[in-house]
Ligand binder design. Sequence first.
Ligand code: MN
Ligand code: MN
Length: 472
Amino acid sequence: MMLNKKEEKSEAAQLREKLFRNKKNGCVKVSADEIKKADEYCEEYKNFLNRAKTEREAAAYAVEAAEKAGFVEYDRKKKYAPGDKVFVNNRNKAVMLAVMGKNGTHNGVRLGIAHIDSPRLDLKPNPLYEQNNLALFKTHYYGGIKKYQWPTVPLSLHGVIALKDGSSITVNIGEKEEEPCFCVTDLLPHLAVEQMSQVMTKAFNGEHLNVLIGSRPFNQDDESENVKLNIMNILFEKYGITEDDFLSADLCMVPSTKARDLGLDRSMIGSYGHDDRVCAYPALTAAIDAEMPESTIITVLTDREEIGSDGNTGMKSTFMFDFISDLASADGEEVRHVMAKSTCLSADVNAAFDPTYASAFEANNSCYINNGAVITKYTGSGGKYSTSDASAEYMAYIRKVLDGKNVLWQTGELGKVDGGGGGTIAKFVANLNADVVDLGVPVLSMHAPMEIVSKLDVYMTYRALYEFYMYK
Ligand code: MN
Ligand code: MN
């Protein structure tokens, strides 16, 4: 049979295939079966998003899932064997899961670290006030938000109120359809001539983020603050709390919207809090699925990342290092020798290229929706300031791990040089003398009340973490 000339690849095409990176859409590089698996995997991820809107709720979900999978609370006096599964609950706000490896900690440990806190509106210690017959909560935003995005979004109230008797009350109002929601108001366009002419940071500032929570007075006499009194009375009847109890509470407002499929092709998920639950869920499920790894694997779901990782549940705390110290001494190792041989995937998101805001990105070095898990060699700003920057050797190792198992992945830089910047927990782990690189999911509209990710990318991040854990 004669060869159809058109089907024969030109020399240039063959060379291109051999020498150039394959930049095709990730969806055409993977099988239909793999896309189906991604869709299935993301069903429970959506439930996780809806159940775990704060670090406390995510930590509770992780502990419950871990216990169901046979993980038991770590006891440093106990002896553990390869394959044993343990967890550590740090103050109900950060969780570590470990699966003991065949070699224990002797060749270092493999770390997968994601954060479970997300930008939100925290209530101030004295939140409740009444003004012009409306009751409102004062808030102090947590993490990097564009403040103008938060008014007119339905909000729900989450958190805990700790009481002097040692007990604590879990608060969750506004998630269910039949429950009330809350809202930050905005000025009508008719009267916003002055507001609209201001720069964004001035037009809507932190003290504008007041949440409307009530409008009816306690009764019809004309004593002052009756609307506030009515709200406090509702809270007293529901929780038995008085105004002083706000002083010992962690309460916040988050969008009350649910995670849902996005796009006619249902290829994406729109939700509050993808950053960084979209990496925390893959890290958690990879830890649960990892049976008998070579080296001990530790999954850390940490808190405080969005505000710089300070605090006893954040990655600047010693809680992970102390845990590794305990594991090392049980193996007769010095923790410093274990750390020097340890490897880490800092599982965090990157900004997906957005064609509507193309000028903020550098197209050759951006990550894209549907091109798989994104590896971010360095973050930082102003000339790679404040980032660990993974070494060439470690990048080669990760390429080998992922390519060997056909995990779809890409690289990404956070926007244009000098366009802004950001950071992850990678540098704190690198400072402990381990090898680390960021790997996670590309996100559109990061830090907005609704962020967007691709289902295929979520699944590939799970696969990347799993293969990294199980690599021999
Ligand atoms: Mn993040
Ligand atoms: Mn973030």
